[in-house]
Design a protein around this ligand. Structure first.
Ligand code: DON
Length: 576
């Protein structure tokens, strides 16, 4: 039975919850044989279609990824990059790094003016902002090594969605209208993503050139995108706008399979993304920092818990800024950063009564937080294989440049490098030498696709989120919400979030997230507390329950998949 579950049904869910027990509201969407949770209903449905054709979780994740490139042009992509964490049913785990790289002609100071001052317009929009795209190489590598269906079967839903169109959501129509003026700056973007009348919710959006590009990828694989006709179109687009990417950059791009970073938290095993993402290391450091405390008793949303989490965040982001970069270019003390003893020492100054900002200090200049767009999807199949993917163009619609003739947006990922030591990027993040620009180098990321095993060694959580610098702190809070606060994954995703990244020295909380006396208590403890404009992240996650479930149709009673769909976005779960 196929079920799609767009979040317009929230009201209904909450109404049903009226008869549920406290702690079970909202009752999560559940599936028994396979489940896909993604930021667009059509992309989740694409993954489900592939599962039902006999594909495994990797096939479904690849199909969802290509479908997102069609139905979520702001973040789903062919012209960007990302990270995939896979855990097979037998417990083996691996990751695919398909992060973009700096073109060969990139130079360390390319975003500085003649006076050595950072010019953010150059790294955040237009042709110079574009890194060599990794998504097609990454998805096809995962598919070739671990998929079961043919390339043509996993690409079919995306091709269909591009060819026959999909309905624009309310947010998408609003975004396209709001960005019209910016899109007019680039002739190819103007051609595909603007029109004379405003876009309307529910309008069918057809992408014929993108359908052709996807067909070429279906027929010729990476050869088309990196050495064939699509490569020619990308290079021609670069030449029209003064970009740096050449045929050689594309031909030499490689997605890389790497082991996951591994940690533990209260007996649970954390498998996450290592460098060039700072996500996995940051998540495990955060968990190590708070593990000695009885968070369950301290309680969700109490000022003591928030104070402890914020202190951990401050210290971890200081490490990130100094130590992390592309592991193929810099040496990162991974084991030291991941050690529980190191984190205990790092948090030794912590006092429950007061924050001490002389510790874990950073310097820099904040940039205003800007609109952001990345996307996360989680997939599980009938055998218990699990895939967790975060992918991005970086900013919403990336560099705002579409490849003419190919129909897809290019990323503005070059902004994730440190343009100069201590200079903040789009997300206010600062970095050092380790993340300086160099030809062929991967820029540091916050993306944190993660899979967690329970103390019995069984698959337990599949999770991740977009949100720039807030990615790591959001995943951290989801883990505490489930493991320490006993929430189900849907409640964990709904719960209000905080964020601190060291610099700027501000503890952000989501609007109306916490009671005023909690906020006042945090101020008394020395925090500079600020209500965040907008929300933090759009997490799409899965939890596995093993208890017999009276609601499950036989014979699927011993394992139930629960969806955590984030109402901060327009996500959906599709399972069977
Ligand atoms: O790799 C990174 O950390 C960023 N490029 C992610 C950007 C992002 O999450 C924007 N999202 N909402």
């Amino acid at each position: 039975m196929k079920q799609c579950f767009p979040l317009v049904f929230w009201g209904m869910l909450l109404a049903l919850g009226a008869s549920a027990q406290v702690g079970e509201v909202p009752y999560p969407y559940r599936a028994y044989r396979g489940l896909v949770v993604a930021e667009h209903a059509a992309a989740a449905a694409a993954g489900l279609e592939v599962l039902q054709r006999g594909g495994n979780a990797v096939d479904a994740a690849v199909a969802t990824g290509f479908a997102l490139a069609v139905v979520l042009p702001s973040a789903g992509n062919l012209g960007g990059g990302g990270f995939m964490v896979i855990r097979f049913a037998d417990g083996r785990a691996t990751t695919i790094d398909f992060r973009e790289t700096a073109p060969r002609a990139a130079t360390r100071d390319m975003f500085l003016d003649a006076h050595g001052r950072f010019v953010p317009e150059r790294s955040q929009e237009g042709y110079l902002a574009v890194g060599v795209p990794g998504t097609v190489a990454g998805l096809l590598l995962a598919h070739a090594r671990y998929g079961r269906l043919s390339r043509s079967e996993v690409l079919a839903p995306a091709i269909r969605l591009a060819e026959t169109g999909f309905q624009l959501t309310r947010t998408q129509a609003a975004q396209l209208n709001a960005l019209r003026t910016a899109f007019l700056r680039y002739p190819s973007t103007r051609k595909y993503f603007t029109k004379d009348q405003p876009f309307r919710e529910g309008e069918r959006f057809i992408q014929k050139d993108l359908a052709q590009t996807l067909r070429r990828i279906r027929d010729k694989g990476v050869d088309d995108f990196y050495r064939g006709q699509t490569a020619d179109l990308i290079v021609a687009e670069m030449q029209r706008g003064g970009g740096l990417i050449t045929h050689e950059d594309l031909a030499t791009y490689r997605a890389v399979e790497r082991p996951p970073v591994v940690g533990t938290y209260r007996g649970y095993r954390i498998l996450s993304m290592g460098p060039p993402s700072a996500g996995g290391i940051g998540l495990i450091q955060l968990l190590n920092a708070v593990e000695p405390f009885d968070i369950s008793r301290m309680g969700f949303g109490s000022s003591a818990t928030l104070h402890l989490m914020a202190e951990a965040m401050r210290c971890v982001y200081a490490d990130r800024a100094y130590w992390l970069g592309d592991p193929d270019f810099v040496t990162i003390p991974v084991q030291g950063l991941l050690s529980k003893a190191y984190m205990r020492q790092r948090m030794a100054h912590f006092r429950l009564e007061q924050t001490d900002t002389t510790h874990c200090r950073l310097h820099g200049d904040p940039l205003a937080f800007e609109s952001q767009e990345t996307t996360h999807y989680s997939v599980v199949d009938e055998e218990g294989n699990a895939v967790s993917v975060t992918t991005t163009l970086n900013g919403s619609y990336g560099a705002l440049v579409v490849v003419d003739g190919a129909g897809f947006f290019l990323n503005n990922e070059m902004d994730d490098f440190s343009a100069a030591p201590g200079v903040p990027n789009l997300y206010g993040l600062i970095g050092s030498e380790a993340n300086a620009i160099a030809p062929g180098k991967r820029m540091l990321s916050s993306m944190t696709p993660t899979i967690i095993e329970d103390p019995q060694g069984r698959l337990f959580l599949v999770l991740g989120t977009p949100g720039g610098a807030t990615i790591v702190t959001t995943v951290f809070q989801l883990v505490l919400n489930v493991i320490d606060h006993g929430m189900n994954i849907q409640q964990a995703v709904l719960a209000p979030r905080i964020h601190h990244q060291g610099w700027p020295p501000v503890l952000y909380y989501e609007r109306r997230g916490f009671p005023m006396d909690v906020i006042e208590n945090l101020k008394r403890r020395g925090w500079n507390v600020l209500e965040r404009e907008g929300t933090s992240g759009r997490a799409h996650a899965i939890q596995v329950l093993y208890d017999p479930d009276p609601l499950a149709p036989r014979p699927y009673t011993e394992r139930v998949y629960l969806a955590g769909v984030d109402p901060r976005g327009e996500g959906a779960a599709a399972g069977y």
